[in-house]
Each structure stands twice: as structure tokens, then as C-alpha cells.
Design a protein around this ligand. Structure first.
Ligand code: B12
Length: 151
């Protein structure tokens, strides 16, 4: 059965290229992707997860305000009884900082997995397959994704 993932860029962030690539890669790998696009509020993520009976929520943030945009996000999910893996990825802090500390900060906020801006789509696909118990048979036919844009 296809797994449904909610994907979007949180807050006032308008960087669209990353989620477009993730959407294409996840769709090609057999996931049903509900792409909420850019400038998505916490409420829109939660409502979409509920409406689509989602299996996972993938949050993207590039502009450096992820921490403030995600504050209270997991409380909202919990208050709607949504217990599902949540991933966040992108440029999660302002400027250069210690990645391990950034990762730990977002894990403490409740995210299941935290990805940096060097993440290849295949890493997210592999993690989803693991976290959602997608069997090898179900994965057959989905080619490894090597889509990459260098800026
Ligand atoms: C293009 C761009 C823009 C364009 C965006 C156009 C558009 N509609 O998309 C414009 C010019 C509008 C823009 C504006 C701004 N930008 Co800009 N922008 C970039 C730039 C050059 C490229 C981003 C991009 O498209 N990358 C290509 C895609 C493929 O990569 P990606 O987005 O990183 O996504 C990949 C990974 O991060 C990862 N990923 C991303 N999300 C997720 C989520 C999950 C769950 C997973 C698993 C993985 C994952 O997978 C993706 C695919 O491989 C980056 C610098 C850079 N080289 O990254 C700056 C950058 C992101 N921008 C930056 C800034 C500061 C801004 C502005 C605030 C500038 C300003 N003062 O106005 C505004 C914000 C406007 C807004 N409201 O969002 C900073 C952010 C700094 C920070 N975080 O510390 C950067 C890093 C530039 C810099 N070095 O300072 N920007």
C-alpha cells in the first residue's frame, strides 16, 4: 500500500526548489506525496496530516528561522492525536553553526530525523522505508534517486 507523506516549507519561507526535488524523488519511489508548497503554517501541516491520514510529515526550512517556526509543532500534532514520524531538513540555523548541536536541538523539539542541506533525496527515502516498514518487495521498481542541483 502506498505510504502518504505530507511535505511543505514551514513559516514564511519561500524556497521551493528543495521540496520540488524531494516531491519528484519520493513520488518516483512510490510514495503518495501531498505537497503543501511554500509558506505553510503549522496548522496547515497538521490539518493535511489528519485529512490524508498521513504516514509521515516532512518539513523543509531554508531561510534560517526553522526553530521559531517549529516551536510547539509537536504539541499541535499530539493534541490532534497524530503520532507519526516527523522529519525536518534544509538550512536549519542562521549562518554557520555546529551541525551536531543543531541536529540535537531539533530532535529535542520532537523531530524523528533531522537532515542538513547536503541531504540527497535517497537518504530521506531510505529513512522513510525504515521508519514506515516498507518491505523490500514494496520497494522493488523504485530506482535510487540521484537528482541533485548544485547552486
Ligand atoms: C535560490 C535561493 C533563494 C531564492 C528562492 C527562490 C525560490 N522560490 O525557491 C530567493 C532569491 C527568493 C531567496 C530568498 C531568500 N533567501 Co535564499 N537562497 C537561495 C539559494 C541560493 C539556493 C536555494 C536552493 O534552491 N537550493 C537548491 C535545492 C535543491 O537545495 P535545498 O533547498 O538546500 O534542498 C535540498 C536539501 O536542503 C534537502 N532538504 C531541504 N528541505 C528538506 C526537508 C527534508 C525533510 C529533507 C529530508 C531534506 C530537505 O533536500 C533538498 C534536495 O536535495 C540558497 C543558497 C544555497 N546555495 O543553498 C539561499 C539561502 C537558502 N537563502 C538565504 C536567505 C537568507 C534568504 C532570504 C532571507 C534573503 C533576504 N534577506 O531576503 C530570502 C528569504 C525569502 C523567503 N521568504 O523565503 C540563506 C539562508 C541562510 C541561513 N539559513 O542561515 C541561504 C543559505 C543563502 C546564504 N548562504 O546566506 N533565496
Amino acid at each position: 500500500m502506498p505510504r502518504t507523506v505530507i511535505l511543505g516549507v514551514i513559516g514564511s519561507d519561500a524556497h521551493v526548489v528543495g521540496i520540488t526535488i524531494l516531491d519528484q524523488a519520493l513520488s518516483a519511489a512510490g510514495f503518495d506525496v501531498v505537497n503543501l508548497g511554500v509558506q505553510t503554517s503549522q496548522a496547515e501541516f497538521v490539518d493535511a496530516a489528519k485529512a490524508h491520514d498521513a504516514d509521515a510529515v516532512l518539513v523543509s526550512s531554508l531561510y534560517g528561522h526553522a526553530e521559531q517556526d517549529c516551536r510547539g509543532f509537536h504539541d499541535r500534532l499530539a493534541s490532534d492525536s497524530l503520532d507519526l514520524p516527523t522529519y525536518i531538513g534544509g538550512n536549519l540555523a542562521v549562518g554557520q553553526d555546529d551541525w551536531d548541536e543543531t541536529r540535537r536541538r531539533f530532535e529535542r523539539m520532537g523531530f524523528t530525523r533531522v537532515f542538513d542541506s547536503e541531504t540527497e533525496p535517497q537518504e530521506a527515502i531510505d529513512a522513510l522505508c525504515l521508519d514506515l516498514d516498507v518491505s523490500a518487495t514494496e520497494r522493488e521498481g523504485s530506482e535510487p534517486q540521484s537528482i541533485r542541483v548544485t547552486t
